[in-house]
Design a binder for this molecule. Structure first.
Ligand code: 6PG
Length: 246
């Protein structure tokens, strides 16, 4: 049975997500010198990111030992309105004591997304070591109405990328150029959390959770040994069978 938790609205959803992330870190941090999470962009997690730096969650996170990476990025300058890095700076970094050294945004190298992807892969290997794979403590995912997640879009071959950790990808619907963690990295995470709100996603949520419809990249998120949790606002869950949504 999929692990699905439904909350009334974005306010309650954001609070539940903050509590879940803090619990994952409270479990991870005692055992390891550093904990690592990767965050998605988009509009849904904005409130959550701002909340994490505030009471009652702020004091429960060991910030000097937390490292924050990005799940994906729109290939735009860091000060662009579309930039996920900018959004996370204006929310999480603005409200929390997370240091600049512990924040790992994806690089922007004008006209060279391939080099930017390679550079971020080097940064990941420098942090995690150049082993076969590594495990984030948590990957926070979003999902579009088209079933994309991270910057892995339907109708592209992005979900098939298996020989690298970070790849330049295209959003067929624009803005077009993106950088994204690949599925092997996402599926190696110890905990993967989907945070989804909006009635426009309800049918896709049902098809992904209840049918694992392969046309949707989100359906390919299946942690190898980690936990997969769906945190949904009520409107995004309204097509799910009662047995799953209750
Ligand atoms: C991005 C994201 C993307 C996002 C979905 C949902 O950079 O856009 O990482 O995968 O999670 O598009 O976005 P919303 O939360 O805005 O609906």
């Amino acid at each position: 049975m999929p692990n699905v938790r439904v909350h009334d609205d974005l306010e309650k959803l954001s609070a539940a997500a903050a509590e879940l992330i803090v619990q994952v870190l409270e479990r991870a941090q005692p055992d390891r010198p550093r904990a690592s999470i990767a965050l998605s962009g988009g509009s849904t997690p904005r409130k959550l990111y701002a909340e994490l730096g505030r009471h009652p969650w702020r004091e429960r996170i060991d910030w000097p030992r937390l490292h924050v990476f990005l799940v994906d990025e729109r290939f735009v300058p860091p000060d662009d309105d579309e930039s996920n890095q900018r959004m996370i700076r204006e929310t999480l970094l603005a409200s929390s004591p997370l240091s600049e050294e512990n924040f790992h945004p994806m690089p922007f190298i004008p006209n060279d997304p391939e080099r930017a992807a390679r550079e971020y892969e080097r940064e990941l290997s420098a942090f995690f070591g150049r082993g076969a794979s590594f495990s984030l403590d948590l990957a926070l995912m979003g999902m579009g109405p088209d079933g994309h997640t991270a910057s892995l879009f339907p109708g592209t071959r992005a979900v098939e990328i298996a020989d690298r950790w970070v790849a330049p990808t295209m959003n067929p619907a624009g803005p077009s150029q993106r950088l994204s963690l690949t599925l092997p990295v996402i599926n190696a995470a110890r905990t993967v959390v989907f945070l989804v709100a909006g009635a426009d996603k309800a049918e896709t949520v049902r098809a992904v959770i209840e049918e694992q419809a392969p046309v949707f990249p989100s359906a390919h998120v299946a942690p190898a040994s980690g936990e997969l949790i769906w945190l949904l606002a009520k409107a995004a869950a309204n097509r799910l069978s009662a047995s799953i949504a209750d």
